[in-house]
Design a protein around this ligand. Structure first.
Ligand SMILES: *Cc1c(COP(=O)(O)O)cnc(C)c1O
Length: 404
């Protein structure tokens, strides 16, 4: 059996966790700080904040930016529900935009979705492939678009335009036009969920790249406070002798990352930089070399000078397949003991969004991408031999279902 996305756990990771368990401190403390510092350095920014999930991270950022009831947040239709739910949890309305041929938000369709209520654009780097941030940043900085922006509150007054946030849940290690993700949007959010490229079991990281006059150290301090009940001292500081007294200065959330999870993330992240990211690319490239020989295969268009992905997913598409055939192919692949997946069922096809009036007919490209998409397993433990097993299982299943 070839699983879809098992976590990468080795002795280094186990010993980092054991060290934390034996240290006498298991919740937010030194390991979380180390993880934040390593990710900030990797992204070439001053500050990154670790929290308990990417969903929490996005809620916290939008709330900090003053996004609230009556506001609109632009999101792609082709993403995981969390991108839109983060906006809904704080009372805002997600406004969906269709995908382009690279699965990412179609930047040419963003302008038409902007209204005087728009406060943020959340771009998702699908499968770890970067969105066109130059185009998105040009839109929010456009004089006409700035003119209709109605700032409410301190942060919106200061920025004076729509916030650009990257939902980079898939995309730690991605490079866009020579810049690491983390330096492409105002704020970038990574997920450390169990199936993502780097995991702490559950977790999220907020990478701060707010332009002047923002002080990212100060933004970090505020977000950290708001991720821990608005409490002026964290439990680690309070635990020092004589350090009991604190104040609550804001009705904050409870979203902090515990050290025992940060330890998993820290050891994983070190290995990711040195080896695991390259191993993912090996698997990704193996599939492309194999599938480009088949007339029915549409390989992911993840190639552009100056850009490189994080090789989180291999979204293969099957020419000529509709939803029904694609599902039949997946059943046949499963019979070969290979687990595959579909990324994503577009948001407007999910009940919670359908009930709120979103209609898949308004997002034809998202539907077209979804209906013949099959995500193949990509992870470092897949040897070339196992990749070959996946290729054979897919090829035989396609041939069995489609007329050739
Ligand atoms: C996994 C995922 C998330 C949510 O991440 P969590 O850390 O589980 O909250 C958000 N957006 C996308 C695109 C994802 O794939």
């Amino acid at each position: 059996m070839i699983p879809f996305s098992p976590p990468y756990i080795d002795e280094d990771i186990i010993s980092e966790v054991t060290h934390t368990l034996q240290s006498g401190w298991i919740t937010t403390g030194p390991k979380t700080k180390m993880l934040e510092d390593e990710i900030a350095a990797f992204c070439n920014v001053q500050k990154a904040l670790a929290v308990n999930s990417a969903t929490s991270a996005m809620m916290l950022v939008l709330h900090w930016y003053g996004v609230t009831r009556g506001d609109e947040v632009i999101v792609p239709a082709y993403t995981y529900c969390a991108t839109a739910l983060a906006a809904m949890h704080i009372g805002a309305k997600p406004v969906m935009v269709d995908a382009g041929s690279d699965f990412n938000i179609n930047t040419q369709k963003i302008k038409a979705a902007i209204t005087a209520k728009t406060k943020a654009i959340v771009a998702v780097d699908f499968g770890g492939w970067p969105c066109d941030y130059d185009a998105i940043n040009a839109i929010v900085n456009d004089a006409g678009i700035r003119a209709i922006f109605k700032p409410a509150g301190e942060q919106q007054e200061k920025l004076g335009r729509i916030l650009v946030m990257s939902d980079a849940a898939h995309a730690i290690g991605t490079v866009y036009n020579g810049r690491p993700l983390g330096r492409c949007a105002d704020i970038t959010v990574f997920s450390l969920h169990a199936v993502k490229n780097v995991t702490s079991a559950e977790g999220g990281v907020i990478v701060l790249n707010m332009p002047a006059p923002f002080n990212n150290e100060a933004v970090y301090k505020t977000l950290r406070l708001w991720s821990l009940n608005g409490q002026t001292k964290d439990a680690f500081t309070k635990s020092s002798a004589g350090g009991w007294e604190y104040d609550i200065v804001y009705p904050g959330f409870k979203m902090n990352m515990p050290d025992v999870l940060a330890a998993i993330g820290l050891a994983q992240f070190r290995k990711y930089k040195s080896a695991l990211l390259a191993e993912r690319k090996r698997v990704f490239d193996y599939y492309t070399r194999a599938f480009k020989n088949f007339a029915w295969a549409i390989c992911p268009p993840f190639e552009k000078a100056g850009c490189s992905g994080s090789w989180h997913l291999y979204p293969l598409r099957i020419k000529g397949a509709g939803e029904k055939e694609r599902n039949a192919i997946i059943e046949k692949i499963a019979a070969h003991e290979v687990a595959v997946n579909v990324h994503f069922k577009p948001l407007p096809m999910l009940s919670v969004f359908k009930e709120r009036g979103y209609n898949i007919e308004d997002f034809p490209v998202a539907y077209e991408l979804y209906c013949n998409e099959i995500s193949l397993p990509v992870y470092p433990q897949l040897t070339d031999e196992l990749c070959e097993t996946v290729v054979k299982a897919v090829a035989e299943s396609v041939t069995a279902v489609l007329p050739v």
